[in-house]
Design a protein around this ligand. Structure first.
Ligand SMILES: CC(C)(COP(=O)(O)OP(=O)(O)OC[C@H]1O[C@@H](n2cnc3c(N)ncnc32)[C@H](O)[C@@H]1OP(=O)(O)O)[C@@H](O)C(=O)NCCC(=O)NCCS
Length: 201
């Protein structure tokens, strides 16, 4: 079925899941974002190098402004707060890739102290639910460096299909890197949603 993504579309913040609150970033998220983005292990398979405090401030300014989509290429991001501790533990978002094709790309970064608890998967589910219900997307993709096992695993746990393994397609950080491309369609998401163990409440 054809359809369009509405202009100025944004979630009815916050998005709540069993353990998490996804909400727009604020200036108070600086320490949490800097802890992630200045860590060489966290940014190993991202395009960026570890960020300086000034670079983190610039990133956070962009994140604070990125609460809705108005044009292709816009990033719509959320701070992920673990409700029990009140801590900002992650950074998730969707880039609006194509209006015509109703396609977005999902991305996520979590603090190493809070990884391995299923939080990225839980936050990703909330974003996909929003993308396919409220925003009316047809397809969401995920791209990751082929050695980034945790990222690929999260995309798989989200029910996304591996559609490509691009071999040495990008020159990043002084080396040829390879890329995995994952995707899920709206009809596939709708079929799997009922069986998902955690979703948006
Ligand atoms: C990718 C990332 C967001 C995952 O966050 P997380 O909260 O730990 O994710 P989850 O707990 O939901 O799931 C992680 C899964 O990856 C698995 N995993 C962890 N390290 C792995 C590795 N090296 N190889 C394969 N699988 C791995 C975990 O066992 C878990 O799978 P399981 O539930 O089947 O056991 C986090 O590792 C991160 O921030 N990485 C750095 C930033 C990054 O690379 N982002 C993605 C850019 S494309």
């Amino acid at each position: 079925m054809q359809g369009r993504v509405a202009w100025n579309v944004s979630p009815d913040w916050p998005l709540e899941t069993d353990r998490l609150t996804l909400r727009p970033f604020t200036a108070a998220d600086f320490e949490a974002i800097h802890a992630m983005r200045s860590d060489p292990d966290v940014v190993r398979y991202l395009y960026q190098e570890p960020l300086s405090p000034e670079e983190t401030r610039e990133l956070l300014t962009r994140r604070i402004a990125a609460t809705s989509w108005t044009r292709e290429g816009d990033w719509l991001g959320a701070a992920v707060v673990e409700r029990a501790s009140g801590l900002t533990v992650g950074d998730v978002g969707l880039c609006w890739v194509s209006e015509r094709d109703r396609t977005a790309e999902i991305g996520f970064t979590f603090d190493p102290r809070h990884q391995g608890k299923g939080l990225a998967t839980e936050a990703g589910r909330a974003l996909l639910d929003w993308a396919f219900t409220a925003a009316g997307l047809h397809r969401v993709i995920g791209r990751t460096e082929a050695r980034n096992g945790a990222s690929a695993r999260v995309l798989e746990k989200l029910g996304m299909r591996r559609e490509a393994h691009l071999v040495e397609n990008e020159w990043v950080k002084g080396e040829w890197q390879s890329e995995l491309v994952y995707a899920v369609l709206e009809r596939e998401w709708a079929q799997s949603r009922d069986s998902a163990s955690q979703g948006v409440r």
